[in-house]
Write a protein that binds this ligand. Structure first.
Ligand SMILES: Cc1cc2nc3c(=O)[nH]c(=O)nc-3n(C[C@H](O)[C@H](O)[C@H](O)COP(=O)(O)O)c2cc1C
Length: 171
């Protein structure tokens, strides 16, 4: 599958089939995260792969009760290991470094016939506790992963003209 196709096919999957994700597929998704770029190539990120059903249910409860998080056969927690670092441009580095890796995984998942849904609505403290993540680290996203139960609907997006201006900024 080429990149354009993966980008256009990716959508948030909130219903998963009740079948496991083969380890080879999971590893290829994780490899996409490993290859993602990061500021100064520091790679300040870790990924906790959760297959255990009880732990997935706990994560779903910590994610405001979003039950599909627990229904996915795999949940990946993406963790920033240097959450204090700021880039020269003044933007915090950690969210960017982790987000790129998560996005790579969402696209690699499509190529494997798998679906994901970026989860940002969760309790930082509860997820840290469930996964035994030290307080000095920050969980940036949870990513349920599994075979989608149905196909995507249309993407709702702004028009390109609303997003792009040429040469200088304009509202
Ligand atoms: C940073 C971020 C946080 C998100 N958090 C959640 C979430 O907690 N629960 C959820 O169901 N979807 C969540 N989403 C998915 C968005 O709702 C979704 O990407 C958006 O509606 C566009 O739809 P699409 O992904 O199907 O293209 C999140 C997406 C991003 C990028």
């Amino acid at each position: 599958m080429d990149v354009k196709e993966a980008i256009s096919k990716r959508h948030s999957v909130r219903a998963y089939e009740d079948r496991p994700v083969p380890e080879e597929k999971l590893n290829r998704v994780l490899e996409a995260a490993r290859l993602a770029p990061s500021a100064s190539n520091m790679q300040p990120r870790k990924f906790v792969v959760v297959r255990d059903g009880k732990r997935r249910q706990e994560l779903a409860r910590a994610a405001n009760g979003q039950s599909f998080v627990g229904e996915a056969p795999v949940v990946i927690a993406a963790v920033a290991t240097e959450p204090e670092a700021t880039m020269t441009c003044g933007v915090p580095r950690y969210a960017v470094d982790v987000a790129i890796a998560v996005d790579h995984m969402t696209l690699a998942a499509v190529d494997e016939g798998l679906g994901t849904c970026w989860i940002g609505a969760f309790s930082q403290e509860k997820v840290r506790q469930i996964l035994n993540i030290p307080d000095r680290y920050r969980v940036v996203a949870l990513l349920p992963l599994g075979f989608p139960r149905w196909e995507a609907s249309m993407k709702v997006r702004k028009r390109l003209e609303e997003l792009v201006c040429r040469e200088t900024f304009s509202e």
